[in-house]
Design a protein. Structure first.
Length: 211
């Protein structure tokens, strides 16, 4: 079908949020099941139970849909509010909540399969890798960087370079365990072992940046 389908709904016509959610869920399933190249907008429409025109009215093209699906998956575990600093909540508790959410996200079957897909396709289509990085890891790094800058301003921690500190934080949470999981030679930490890992990393981070 021609690209004229990419035109959005008419001015002022509201989009159905339930249909948008259905499209995102369908996209997450199909991109993981068939890969990016083998997932068509027609297939997403059929899986979501909507028309192809509806898919294009919410997402102009497949790249936009893929990016939105990655963002949606990340926000299920780490919604934007995770990177806020509420009054009366200890900094350590805020960091623990982020660490738990991130640890669960990166070790989920869906995340592992998606990372493997991007690693396999990255050399063939670097643009796809960039879309994934900007929609997922980079958005979380930016959220964490903003949070760490606010924490530095409170004086609870002394963080000269929030960008580097954000990268250090997430890399510590990933650890060698996530690499083993991606390579298929290990199992994810769960229960008490996962909580112990998260507590240890946050404790180390707090000590490293304590004034």
């Amino acid at each position: 079908m021609p690209n004229t389908l990419s035109a959005p709904n008419g001015p002022g016509r509201p989009k159905d949020p339930a249909k948008r959610q259905a499209i995102l869920e369908a996209a997450k399933i199909l991109f993981l099941r068939h890969g990016y190249a083998n997932t068509s907008m027609d297939a997403v429409a059929a899986e979501a139970g909507v028309s192809k025109l509806t898919v294009y009215s919410h997402f102009n093209d497949k790249e936009t849909l893929f990016s939105a699906a990655v963002v949606a998956r990340c926000e299920e575990q780490l919604p934007p509010l995770f990177f806020e600093l509420p009054d009366g909540i200890a900094v350590e508790n805020v960091l623990l909540n982020i660490a738990r959410g991130f640890h669960h996200l990166i070790n989920s079957d869906e995340s592992v399969n998606l990372h493997r897909l991007i690693m396999a396709l990255g050399s063939q289509d670097p643009k796809l890798s960039l879309i994934f990085f900007e929609a997922g890891p980079q958005r979380m790094l930016q959220g964490m960087e903003r949070l760490l800058r606010r924490i530095d301003e409170t004086g609870v921690l002394s963080i000269d370079n929030p960008h580097n500190a954000a990268e250090h934080f997430f890399c510590l949470i990933k650890g060698a365990g996530n690499f083993r999981l991606l390579y298929g030679c290990g199992e994810p930490l769960t229960g008490e072992a996962a909580e112990s890992h998260v507590q240890e990393v946050v404790g180390l981070f707090m000590r490293a940046y304590r004034p």
